[in-house]
Design a binder for this molecule. Sequence first.
Ligand code: UTP
Length: 294
Amino acid sequence: MNVKKVRKAIIPAAGLGTRFLPATKALPKEMIPIVDKPAIQYIVEEALAAGIEEILIVIGRDKAAIEDHFDKSYELEKDLEERGKTGLLQAVSKISDMADIHYIRQKSPLGLGHAVNKGRVFAEGEPVAVLLPDEIMDCRTPCIRQMIDVYEEYACTVLGVLRVPESEVENYGIVKGEELEKGLYRVIDMVEKPKREEAPSDLAIIGRYVITPEIFEALSEIRPGAGGELQLTDALRLLHAKQGMLARTVEGSRYDSGSKAGFLQATVELALKREDVGPEFRAYLRRMAEEGRI
Ligand code: UTP
């Protein structure tokens, strides 16, 4: 079988980010930094580390900051050079050299399915990786690479999943699956945000997918679903009815940085791993614990 390589990724970043208001009044949610890097840069780095060659970021109203972030900043680079700030200069220039990033506007936030459908022309009939920028994955093998590996073996859509506590199933799309081998499931069905007693399992769909190009037909067929939005899960269900689909449990840590608590967790965990601020921050947390303040 001649399986097409997964070269392209779509990053939908056109949501309103209401959970982070007022910060997101003028700043895109994806540009809020975790330690010192905007959330979306972690996602672009994950895609590139996984071998993705071309990226499409779907942007909305007031998202120019995202384009500017990945663009070259001649004035800043010149300034840093003149001040001899070589480390910072490298960090800044690396960003604009990262990849071939394309942008497309989603004029109104009509839903994640609508945002992904903006990538139809970009995909040109190839399979696409979809990465949601409000989930930061900290994995030894880049998270989306784990999905791509399965795609390259089975040539079908692959959903990234994680087991969640029973109390949280209501917040996710949940997969009913048959385990084929450890951590790999044949998808039998999926339900969007089920009630706890109706959830078919505890396998939650996280924001990482590798999807066959037929998804774009399905995205054109769906009608507004939950919350009046065009839902990616609804299109995946249609696709599932036509093609086989697999789900792979992800190895690594996930932070729901689109929620306040998840964002704070990501900040603490990723800061602790940093060589520069990590030791000082760890000492501070220890002190807090010793003083009984946490
Ligand atoms: P969310 O619903 O979690 O993000 O969408 P949101 O709408 O920006 O945030 P809240 O709930 O108001 O705080 C998941 C992902 O899908 C993108 C978002 O940018 C986010 O990365 N999205 C969502 C779009 O690109 N377009 C949409 O119409 C909806």
